[in-house]
Design a protein around this ligand. Structure first.
Ligand code: SF4
Ligand code: SF4
Length: 216
């Protein structure tokens, strides 16, 4: 057993097995397809709405700002987004500073406990949001499930006035093996959370990967 500078205990065996695990996932040709498959139901329903001209094109993007956004993501959703950012060369100091500034601005690191290990859910403007004309820059197969499930239900929505989350679709999307993968990611990376706001989840995932001295 060793302890690194961040005070995280790990065994060499654990590092090796997790490195294999994560390398397989990160390099697997099917990862992209897999992240798409896990979102397929939500993406197909969005496309159906879009075919009927029910979309976000005339909206301010309220659901991505502090007026409507409190998105929290699981370790597996964080994995999808983190490795997309790493593999596309977007994970750098500037982005990490932006994520940290976002956490400070919306005090996402100061959330009181609501009991049973849960923290209060807070609203924040998503650090990836590019505002009205550009919207969300993330590829659909890497976006949080909750973002994909939140849709307008009328044409010409201007400020989120006819939007809601498709909870039934989110339920249909849930998969048993995903719980196992989340559990494995939590255990191997020593994560202590089930879900966190996007910037908190990404920075903690990065710290955890570095703590295990993984070279991706
Ligand atoms: S990830 Fe994209 S869709 Fe989700 S809150 Fe951020 S900008 Fe909006
Ligand atoms: S139309 Fe609704 S779902 Fe689309 S950007 Fe506006 S608030 Fe968000």
């Amino acid at each position: 057993m060793r302890e690194d500078g961040l005070g995280i205990n790990y065994t060499l065996h654990k590092i090796v097995s997790f490195r294999e695990f994560i390398t397989k996932m990160a390099k697997n040709q099917n990862v992209k397809t897999d992240s798409y498959q896990r979102r397929r139901i939500l993406l197909e329903e969005m496309e159906e709405l879009n075919q009927a001209l029910v979309n976000c094109s005339s909206c301010t993007g309220k659901c991505c700002t502090f007026r409507g956004n409190s998105m929290q993501i699981t370790p597996l959703e964080t994995y999808d987004l983190y490795f997309y950012l790493q593999n596309s060369g977007q994970w750098n100091e500037d982005l990490m500073n932006r994520l940290q500034a976002n956490i400070s601005e919306f005090r996402l690191d100061q959330r009181p406990s609501t009991g049973a290990g849960h923290l209060m859910r807070k609203t924040y403007t998503c650090p990836f949001f590019l505002f009205k004309s550009h919207g969300c820059p993330l590829p659909p197969d890497k976006k949080p499930y909750g973002c994909l499930a939140f849709n307008p239900f009328e044409k010409g929505v201007k400020d989120g006035e006819a939007c809601r989350s498709r909870l039934d679709s989110l339920q249909r999307r849930e998969r048993e093996e995903e719980n196992e993968t989340n559990k494995r990611l939590k255990e191997e990376l020593n994560l202590i959370w089930e879900k966190e706001p996007i910037p908190v989840a990404l920075l903690d995932f990065h710290r955890a990967v570095l703590a295990l001295k993984l070279h991706i």
